[in-house]
Design a protein around this ligand. Structure first.
Ligand SMILES: [Fe+2]
Ligand SMILES: [Fe+2]
Length: 158
């Protein structure tokens, strides 16, 4: 099975996002370990519930930040990334009902695919959230944030 571990490679320098990524990875590793002993999806539900709650809150917060990036340069990338978040949330929602998402025959096969998608999104976060920090949009409610929606804004920060 694929085991994900936190590494400094994922550290972006954004306190809340880094903390939540780290916690999501810890919970994934526990879910993987538990799934090896589990007879059915029901056995891992309590852990999945913790994971799910954090995942939803994290994606919501991160998307609010990502939507501040100028759409002309980042719109497609951000939309694609948010679709990835939605896929993670939808599949986790199915597991919470005690079922495997369609197309998966076993819990290990599902978890492999699920954590692989999560890994890819984390790598993508390093790029997108990295851009947010570089361009100064990484705090909710900062004055720079609203400027990205104004037309005819001056030269973009480089
Ligand atoms: Fe994230
Ligand atoms: Fe993300």
């Amino acid at each position: 099975m694929r085991t994900l571990a936190w590494s400094e490679h994922f550290a972006l320098g954004h306190e809340r996002i880094d903390r939540e990524h780290r916690r999501l990875l810890e919970l994934s590793a526990r879910i993987e370990a538990e799934a090896e002993r589990a007879a059915s999806v029901e056995d891992i539900l309590p852990l999945c519930r913790d994971f799910f709650r954090l995942l939803v809150a994290h994606c919501f917060y991160e998307e609010q930040l990502l939507r501040k990036l100028p759409r002309d340069r980042f719109g497609d990338h951000v939309d694609e990334h948010c679709r990835g978040h939605a896929r993670l949330i939808k599949q986790a929602q199915t597991v919470m009902t005690g079922h495997l998402p369609t197309g998966f025959e076993s819990l290990p096969a599902f978890l492999d695919a699920y954590f692989e998608l999560m890994h890819d999104l984390l790598v993508d976060d390093t790029e997108l959230v990295g851009s947010l920090i570089r361009e100064g949009y990484h705090r909710l409610g900062t004055p720079e944030a609203s400027q990205s929606w104004l037309p005819f804004r001056g030269a973009s920060p480089v």
